[in-house]
Design a protein around this ligand. Structure first.
Ligand code: ADP
Ligand code: MG
Length: 353
């Protein structure tokens, strides 16, 4: 954390609200033709032509969603954008614009906000989205950041949570549980640091899962891949809260149940090894850890051959009739354990490791 007592740092008050906005946003340019008017007027103008506009927003509050003790500000800005882009991707749309609103206490110097905007700019560049506006205000307690993302898409391409049918395959991109295990490392090393500030943090060898936690990516690459394969998901959601919770959302909104196969859940070897180190169940990290920002979708069973063997996709189960409920088929025994938003019942009952 930057200290406001440091004389080299610039207090926000020295720039004033308008000076600050100008200072933070002058490096941004508009690159999408749908960004008709950007920062500077009372509102931005989007040219949606014949497309539907996908809109989403997320609020992040210091101490609730992030801890500045171990989350660098640049990463915070990047991640705040990515989580919104992930929601747009989960509608099968490509994000085109964002708006950024900040409530910030005067204990933050201008340099801290610059770092946040550096992360925001990186994400804008990486994903080809334009910053077209926002709002800036002061806060009495810490930092609150709200980001809104927009995406434009032809109506036929949009995918909701509600389209899954019994017999559809349940498919997830990438691997799961890594972001949660990355957080365990950060929290452990932060606690060590608080106990003894002279201790060097032990972060070597954990790169992949630390990156999954600190610098997640939105799977905007999946839409063109699916298009090239000729696959349109019947339902889709992004994995922000954990696989179990997202499956239950699809179940709820589609009116189907799911069978999830424990031994099919994609888990990276480092996630696995770190879970062992913490005496945690890696499957639990995947089911209830969250923040992986992968896409969970259902596809017609007829499309199986199209995605079979594709490295971006893993078939982890299938949809069943709603009356059959939501269960995980346990590895080895083949027993059914009921899925709950926290994970699965057998885990809670038997404290199975
Ligand atoms: P108003 O008073 O009409 O709300 P503001 O002074 O808040 O206008 O904003 C002026 C312009 O700067 C607007 O285009 C707004 O979208 C943009 N803006 C304000 N704060 C931010 C911010 N934190 N990030 C990006 N753009 C911002
Ligand atoms: Mg305003």
């Amino acid at each position: 954390m930057l200290e406001d007592k440091n004389p080299q740092l610039t207090p926000i008050s020295s720039l004033g609200e308008f000076g600050l906005i100008k200072h933070l946003t002058e490096r941004f340019s508009l690159n999408n033709s749908s960004s008709f008017l950007g920062i500077g007027d009372d509102a931005a103008i989007i040219d949606a032509a014949t497309k539907k506009v996908v809109v989403t927003t997320d609020v992040l509050a210091e101490g609730v969603h992030f801890n500045l003790g171990y989350v660098p500000l640049k990463h915070l800005g990047y991640k705040a954008v990515v989580t919104n882009l992930s929601d747009v991707a989960a509608m099968n749309a490509l994000p085109t614009q964002i708006l950024v609103s900040l409530a910030v206490s005067n204990r933050f110097p201008v340099e801290a906000l610059e770092e946040i905007y550096e992360g925001i700019a990186l994400a804008c560049k990486r994903y080809g989205v334009d910053l077209v506006g926002g709002d800036t205000t002061s806060s009495n307690s810490g930092l609150v950041m709200s980001i809104m993302a927009l995406g434009l898409e032809d109506e036929v391409n949009l995918v909701r949570r509600s389209g899954a049918k019994a017999g559809d395959l349940l498919v997830v991109t990438g691997d799961l549980g890594g972001a949660y295990m990355g957080l365990q490392i950060l929290e452990r090393e932060h606690a060590v640091f608080l106990a003894n500030p002279n201790m060097q943090p032990e972060m070597n060898g954990y790169d992949y899962i630390l990156e999954r936690q600190l610098k997640p990516e939105a799977r905007t690459d999946i839409k063109p891949i699916l298009e090239a394969l000729g696959v349109r998901p019947t339902a889709m959601i992004d994995v922000s809260d954990g696989l179990a919770s997202e499956i239950l959302h699809l179940s709820d909104q589609s009116g189907v149940g799911f069978r999830l196969y424990e031994d099919k859940i994609p888990i990276d070897p480092l996630t696995f090894a770190t879970a062992e180190e913490f005496n945690l169940n890696p499957v639990m990290a995947a089911l209830s850890g969250g923040e992986d920002y992968e896409l969970l979708m259902t596809i017609s069973a007829a499309d199986y051959e199209k995605i079979k063997g594709h490295l971006d996709f893993t078939v982890i189960g299938h949809a069943v009739e709603a009356e059959q409920g939501n269960h995980m088929v346990l590895a080895g025994s083949g027993e059914l354990a009921e899925l709950t938003a926290q994970g699965w019942d057998a885990f809670l009952k038997n404290n199975r490791r």
